[in-house]
Write a protein that binds this ligand. Structure first.
Ligand SMILES: C[S@@+](CC[C@H](N)C(=O)[O-])C[C@H]1O[C@@H](n2cnc3c(N)ncnc32)[C@H](O)[C@@H]1O
Length: 285
C-alpha cells in the first residue's frame, strides 16, 4: 500500500468501517478522483454487492448524511443491514425483471457502483438496464473489470467480455460526430465520457453534453494555414519534383502520376499501417 493512499479520506473511512469489507488497494485513488464532487450532496448512491455491509458504511460516511445509500445483493442476509438505515434490495443483477422493479420503485438515481458477481452478463446487464435511469451528472461505475481477462470462472478473454462491451460504447459515443451519420441510440445520447482505470470502468452520464457535434470557427481570419496532413511522406522529394516538372502541361501523364503518388491516400495508408502495426506490437508486449 503506498503512503498517499493511506492519507485519502475514503481509505480512512474504509479502514474504520464498522463492518468487514475487502477492496483492491488501487481503488481508493480512483474513488477520490471520480466521487469527491458528490460529497455532502443529496444523492442516491447504489452499490451492487453488499456482503457484510462494510462498504455501505464507508459510502454513507464519505458522501454524508444527505446521501441515500442503497444496497443490492443476491444474498437475503443483506436485508439485515436495513436496521442501520440502508435500503436493501435482494435480487439478481443479471435479471432484467429485477431492474424493472428496482427502478420502478427507486426512480432515477445518481450513481450506481457494481461490486457484485463480476461476470460478463452481470456487469453488462447492470450498465444496460441502469443507463436510462441515471440522472444527468451521474455515473455508472463497474469494479473488478480485470475479470474480463480471467479464464477460470469468468470464461474470458472473450468477444463478449465486459471490457469489450465497454470498448464498443467508446465506438457508439463517436456517432455524435457528423462524420459518422446520425444514428444515435440511448448510449450515444447519454454516455458523455468513458474512463478506463485498472479494474474499474466509469461511465459519466450527461444527456445535456451529448449533442451532435459540429465544426465551428472563431472570429479571426485564416491567414496561411493549410492542411499538411498529406505532406508527411516524401514532402522534400515532392517539392523537388514540383520544381523540375511543375511547369509541364497540366494534362500531362507525368503530372497525373505524381498526383497519384503524392496525394492519394493509398500510399500513405500503406506506410501508416506499417508504422502503426509496429507501435501496436510495442504497446501489447
Ligand atoms: C465482493 S462482494 C461485495 C463486497 C462489498 N461491496 C464490500 O466492499 O464490502 C460481492 C457480493 O455480490 C453478491 N452477488 C454475487 N452475484 C450477484 C448477483 N448476480 N446479483 C446481486 N448480487 C450478487 C454476492 O452475494 C456478494 O455479497
Amino acid at each position: 500500500m503506498d503512503i498517499n493512499t493511506k492519507k485519502l479520506p475514503i481509505y480512512k473511512l474504509f479502514i474504520n468501517s464498522k463492518k468487514y469489507s475487502i477492496k483492491w488497494s488501487s481503488y481508493f485513488q480512483v474513488y477520490e478522483k471520480i466521487f469527491s464532487t458528490y460529497r455532502n450532496k443529496k444523492i442516491k448512491f447504489v452499490e451492487i454487492g453488499v456482503a457484510n455491509g462494510g462498504s455501505l458504511f464507508m459510502w454513507q460516511n464519505y458522501f454524508g448524511k444527505k446521501a441515500k445509500i442503497i444496497g443490492i445483493d443476491f444474498n437475503p442476509n443483506a436485508k439485515k443491514l436495513q436496521k442501520h438505515g440502508f435500503k436493501i434490495y435482494i435480487g439478481d443483477q443479471s435479471d432484467k425483471k429485477f431492474w424493472d422493479k428496482f427502478y420502478q420503485k427507486e426512480g432515477k438515481i445518481d450513481i450506481i457502483l457494481d461490486d457484485g458477481g463480476h461476470k460478463n452478463l452481470q456487469q453488462i446487464s447492470t450498465v444496460h438496464h441502469s443507463l436510462p435511469f441515471i440522472k444527468d451528472g451521474g455515473k455508472i461505475v463497474v469494479e473488478d473489470t480485470s475479470t474480463s481477462f480471467v479464464k477460470k470462472e469468468f470464461n474470458n478473454p472473450s468477444k463478449y467480455s465486459f471490457i469489450n462491451f465497454a470498448k464498443n460504447i467508446v465506438d457508439v459515443i463517436h456517432k455524435r460526430s457528423p462524420l459518422l451519420g446520425k444514428n444515435l441510440n440511448f448510449y450515444s445520447k447519454k454516455v458523455f465520457l468513458v474512463e478506463f482505470f485498472e479494474s474499474i470502468t466509469v461511465f459519466s452520464i450527461d444527456s445535456r453534453k451529448c449533442f451532435t457535434n459540429k465544426e465551428i470557427s472563431n472570429k479571426a481570419k485564416n491567414e496561411w494555414a493549410i492542411d499538411y496532413r498529406h505532406n508527411d511522406y516524401f514532402s522534400e522529394l515532392k517539392t523537388k519534383l514540383n520544381k523540375k516538372y511543375g511547369h509541364m502541361n497540366k494534362k500531362s501523364l507525368l503530372r497525373k502520376v505524381f498526383r497519384k503518388l503524392f496525394y492519394r491516400n493509398f500510399i500513405f495508408d500503406i506506410l501508416d499501417k506499417i508504422k502503426i502495426k509496429k507501435i501496436f506490437k510495442e504497446m501489447k508486449n
